[in-house]
Every structure is written in structure tokens, then in C-alpha cells.
Write a protein that binds this ligand. Structure first.
Ligand code: ARG
Length: 443
């Protein structure tokens, strides 16, 4: 029983939140005349002593005492005697654990938000110095149209910005205090739930006591937001894996974020990126574990709910290390601009520019322009040359309206420079977008 029942090995992680909750509760009990001032003072001092002992590593956690709540209360009674037993008046471990966990997840959200901002800062920095760095843009993993590296980096800045928004939404809904819901039905003591809510930084007390002790939506929302973030990190990691492979050769990962092979001296493996990609599975698994644990639970509390913590702890640790690894890896990454530039022009990536020119300058309908361009691509393919290497005469043999002005849109630089529509890849847009991103995200 002790082995299956105890949660102390993991819930000791929120000792600080448990002590903060108890201090708020004791202070309120005194203010309401439920506890004497003397008992209240002893309880607060005792709790501070315990916080110090835990921080110094001097506290002895016991599995017989099951969880963090009983470990602390037991120690409090060693320290101050009988008054310790009065702390639990008008409270239950059910509202206590719900309060502690909310406070802990709230802190975790604040940490993740700060680290995502750091990551966005790194990406914006790369975008700023590569607003005009041309690379292939892909669809179906085939070079489609040239884009700029800065633009590509800013795409991830948007994704992480939405992640931060999702965590912020979760934080807003999470920020209601379960404390005072007691076991499930409320209490007959004249408590002041607004007072404890305020002391703990909650916006208000949770409205329904049954819901307050049984709701774990905040953990589900946290893990949902975390899973989407993990997917974003994984997609980015996948691009680093691809781009750092010699076949692409767009980026060189620093020694500190890659490893050699024990038998193949030529290899340079993007381990950190692969681990970020791999760890997404853990975070998504944590979300799944919690949803499945909750789905059959009748109101209000059931011990199954003790299973809510480890998935969240693991996800927080995993996301923390993945965000840090990504930021560190990108900050030290070296991009091979020449290689990306050369690749950007391969595979007729400016064919769309040619078709657009026929529409814009020669007044040809887009469908027809598409057809003419297809014929010219075929011609260039047969001669194993680029579109820009066809002569004007060759082009005019297909469409007489073509003039030598067409060559101005066939280079990759011209192509990206022309993509000035809102949200487009033109260097001028990217420069403006980095300034805008700084204002939106780095504050
Ligand atoms: N360790 C428990 C948990 O994490 C605390 C709540 C226990 N409540 C109870 N009624 N047994 O869920």
C-alpha cells in the first residue's frame, strides 16, 4: 500500500506552493477568529522553518506520510506541537492539492514564457542579419520559390508567439483559487475565500466547491499548449536535421550541439535537434496520459487524480530543456549563405516569376502564361540550363510578346525582392517584420 499510495517522491516539487497556501490559509483563519493569533504566529514561523529545512536539504521526507501535505504537517507538529493540528481546520487535502498544483503550473507557465521569449529573440536576431539571405522555399520538400532565411526564421517566431498566447490563455483560466472548497462541499466555518485567493495572487475563488477540487482542466490545457509547442519545436528540429545534412549543407551546428560517430570519422550528428524532435513524443504522451486518467472520473476527488502530477512535471522539464537546447543551438549555428543561394536557383524556382511577368507586363491570361512558362521550362530542362540562360530569341520562339526585360525577374534576388505583398518574403518586408516582431514579442 505504501508503495502504490505515496506521492512524496514527486509532489515534494511543490513544497514552496504548499507552504505558501498554508500560510495564506492560517492567516485567514486568524483574521476570521477561527484560530488564535498565538497559534497563527507559531504556525507561520514553523512553516518558514520547514521551508528553510527543505531548501537546505535537511528535511527528511517519508513515504509513510504519503505526500508533501502530510510530510509538512507532521514536521510542523514536531516543531510547534498541538497548534499544528489546527492548521487543517476548514481545509482538506483535496482543496489543498488543487491549490498547490495550480500555483505550481502558474509558475511553470511564467518560466516557459520567459524562455520562449529568449528563443524568439535568437530567431529575430538571425532574421535581422539574414533579411536578404536567399534560400529555397519548399513545398513537398521540393524547391518551390526562393525565399529569404530571415522570413523562414520569422515563421517560427509567429508559431512560438501563438504558443505563448495559448499558455497565457491557460494561465488566465487557471487563476482561480480552489482553497476553501474543503473536501468537496465547502465548510461550515466562516472562512474568507477572497482573502486567501488574493494572498495567493488568484483572481478570484473558484465558484463551485465540487468543481474546484475535481477540475484539472488547467493541467490538460497546459499539456495541450505544451504539446503544440513540442510539435513546433520538433518541426524546427527536423529542419535543422535536414539542413545540417551534407546533402543540404545549409547550416553547420556547433561542436557543442553535435556529436561525432564512434566509428565514422566524417560524421557530425545533430544530436540535440534529433532529441528535441524525439522528445515531442513524451510531451504528447503526457497529455494523453492525463486525459485518459481523467475521462472516467465521477465528481469529486478520486485518488486517480494523484496521477495528474508526473505527466505535467515531465512535460515542464522536457519543454524547458528543448527550448533551451534550441535557443543555444540556433545562437551558435552557422548558415552557409553561398550554398543556400546556389540551391535557391536550382529547379526553375523562378518559373512563377516568369509567368507573373507575362501576366503583369504582356497582359497574357495566367492560365496561358502558365502554359508558356511550362514550355520554356521544358526547353531549359532539355538543354540542362537555367531559365535565365535561355536566349531572348529562344523565348520569343515560344511567345513573341517577351522582351529582354524578362531577365530582370529571373534571378533569385529579383524574385524575392518582388514579393512585397503583406507578409511576403521580400528583404524590405523582412526588415520591417523583424522590427515589428521585436515590438510584439520582446518586451
Ligand atoms: N496526494 C494526494 C494527491 O496528490 C493529495 C490529496 C489526497 N486526498 C485524499 N482525499 N486522499 O492527489
Amino acid at each position: 500500500m505504501e508503495a502504490i499510495n505515496a506521492s512524496i517522491d514527486f509532489d515534494k516539487r511543490f513544497y514552496a506552493q504548499d507552504i505558501a497556501g498554508s500560510k495564506a490559509h492560517a492567516t485567514m483563519l486568524v483574521a476570521q477568529g477561527i484560530l488564535t493569533a498565538g497559534d497563527g504566529k507559531n504556525i507561520l514561523e514553523g512553516l518558514d522553518t520547514i521551508a528553510g529545512e527543505i531548501e537546505e536539504g535537511a528535511f527528511e521526507f517519508s513515504t509513510i506520510l504519503e505526500d508533501i501535505h502530510m510530510n509538512i504537517e507532521n514536521r510542523l507538529s514536531d516543531l510547534i506541537g498541538e497548534a499544528a493540528g489546527r492548521l487543517h481546520t476548514a481545509r482538506s487535502r483535496n482543496d489543498q492539492v488543487a491549490t498547490d498544483f495550480r500555483l505550481w503550473v502558474r509558475d511553470a507557465i511564467d518560466d516557459i514564457d520567459a524562455s520562449l521569449m529568449t528563443l524568439q529573440g535568437v530567431l529575430i536576431g538571425i532574421a535581422e542579419s539574414n533579411a536578404a539571405t536567399v534560400m529555397p522555399g519548399f513545398t513537398h520538400l521540393q524547391a518551390a520559390q526562393p525565399v529569404t532565411l530571415g522570413h523562414h526564421m520569422l515563421a517560427y517566431v509567429e508559431m512560438f508567439g501563438r504558443d505563448r498566447g495559448r499558455f497565457a490563455d491557460c494561465r488566465t483560466r487557471l487563476n482561480e483559487s480552489p482553497l476553501g472548497a474543503a473536501a468537496l462541499a465547502g465548510t461550515s466555518f466562516p472562512i474568507d475565500r477572497k482573502m486567501t485567493a488574493e494572498a495567493l495572487g488568484f483572481a478570484r475563488p473558484a465558484a463551485n466547491s465540487l468543481d474546484a477540487v475535481s477540475d484539472r482542466d488547467f493541467a490538460c490545457e497546459f499539456l495541450s499548449s505544451g504539446s503544440i509547442l513540442a510539435v513546433h519545436l520538433s518541426r524546427m528540429a527536423e529542419e535543422i536535421v535536414l539542413w545540417s545534412a551534407p546533402q543540404f549543407g545549409y547550416v553547420r551546428i556547433s561542436d557543442s550541439f553535435s556529436s561525432g560517430s564512434s566509428i565514422m570519422p566524417q560524421k557530425r550528428n545533430p544530436d540535440a535537434a534529433e532529441l528535441v524532435r524525439g522528445k515531442a513524443g513524451r510531451v504528447i504522451g503526457s497529455l494523453n496520459a492525463l486525459l485518459v486518467a481523467l475521462k472516467g472520473l465521477p465528481l469529486a476527488y478520486g485518488k486517480d487524480m494523484q496521477e495528474d502530477k508526473e505527466p505535467v512535471f515531465d512535460a515542464v522539464d522536457t519543454l524547458g530543456i528543448c527550448i533551451a537546447a534550441m535557443a543555444g543551438m540556433l545562437a551558435e549555428a552557422e548558415f552557409d549563405k553561398a550554398r543556400m543561394r546556389a540551391d535557391a536557383g536550382r529547379g526553375f524556382t523562378t518559373a512563377t516569376d516568369l509567368a507573373d511577368w507575362l501576366v503583369r507586363v504582356a497582359g497574357i491570361a495566367f492560365r496561358q502564361a502558365h502554359h508558356i512558362t511550362g514550355t520554356l521550362v521544358k526547353m531549359a530542362e532539355d538543354r540542362s540550363c537555367g531559365l535565365e540562360e535561355l536566349s531572348l530569341a529562344d523565348m520569343q520562339s515560344v511567345e513573341t510578346a517577351i522582351t529582354d526585360e524578362i531577365f530582370a525577374v529571373l534571378g533569385v534576388e529579383n524574385s524575392v525582392a518582388s514579393r512585397t505583398s503583406e507578409g511576403g518574403t521580400a528583404p524590405a518586408n523582412v526588415i520591417a517584420a523583424t522590427a515589428e516582431a521585436k515590438k510584439r514579442f520582446l518586451k
